[in-house]
Design a protein around this ligand. Structure first.
Ligand code: PGA
Length: 251
């Protein structure tokens, strides 16, 4: 794999941490973690804490703030939704798209995911596209097919240069928040399937993250897999000192 690609640690706070809590968290985290070359730190706070988080990190070039979900329309009567422009105005420079909770809890369709990718590309925002199979799909031996279907639907019609701007996060649904994680070898197998598809589409160098119950005890083994270019972490990113310990892990 590309040796020069930075190792990526992305924290998905989900529906945790209000603006004051986000500020306090980041104060403690920044005190514990100095910038290091070859590593990037991304945080995805709840929408209302994006501005506070971006301000807290403004002196740190190694940190980026993102939004957990966006609507594809620039504005309009979409109660509760946040547009790409609004996210950017609050200080986000990237977004998660197609997280399994958006797909399976909120019913986001693959067509919705594609529209979000398009809107973010048009706004020159970073994108972390999440894909992953459910337990029953894995048990039926459909992991590769499901992941490729989700990926193909989301990137349909993109030009090569657009495609190469995407970061992909492989997050098996059965591993998210459950304490069960894919073995590094299993995760790497799926990463190779994703890489194969991207390479066939002319984009061989995208960063591919693993997510799903990543914690201090499995991070080293996951990052030892050259196919795994970083991690997307929910539960274990919610405590600043614990997250600091994880991001200080060297493969
Ligand atoms: P988890 O969540 O680390 O709590 O399993 C990962 C994610 O949903 O991105």
């Amino acid at each position: 794999m590309t040796a020069l690609r930075p190792l990526l640690f992305a924290a998905n706070w989900k529906m945790h941490l209000d603006p004051a809590e986000a500020r306090e968290y980041l104060q403690r985290f920044l005190a514990a973690v100095a910038p290091r070359s070859g590593r990037e730190l991304w945080f995805f706070p709840g929408s209302v804490a994006i501005e506070a988080s971006a301000q807290a990190c403004r002196s740190r070039a190694d940190i980026r703030i993102g939004i957990q979900d966006v609507h594809w329309e620039p504005k309009g009567a979409f109660t509760g939704a946040v547009s790409v422009g609004m996210a950017r105005g609050a200080g986000a420079s990237m977004a998660l798209v197609g997280h399994s909770e958006r797909r399976h809890v909120f019913g986001e369709s693959e067509a919705d995911t594609r529209k979000k990718v398009r809107a973010l590309l048009d706004a020159a925002m970073g994108i972390v596209l999440c894909v992953g199979e459910k337990l029953e799909e894995r048990e039926r031996g459909e992991t590769g097919a499901v992941v490729l279907r989700q990926l193909a639907a989301a990137i349909d019609g993109l030009a090569k240069e657009e495609l190469s701007r995407l970061v992909i996060a492989y997050e098996p649904v059965w591993a998210i928040g459950t304490g069960r994680h894919a073995t590094p070898a299993d995760a790497a197998d799926v990463h190779r399937v994703i890489r194969g598809h991207l390479t066939a589409r002319g984009a061989p160098t995208n960063t591919i993250l693993y997510g799903g119950s990543v914690n201090l005890s499995n991070i080293r083994a996951l990052l030892a897999e050259p196919e795994i270019n970083g991690v997307l972490v929910g539960g274990a990113s919610l405590d600043p000192e614990r997250w600091a310990e994880i991001v200080e892990t060297n493969a």
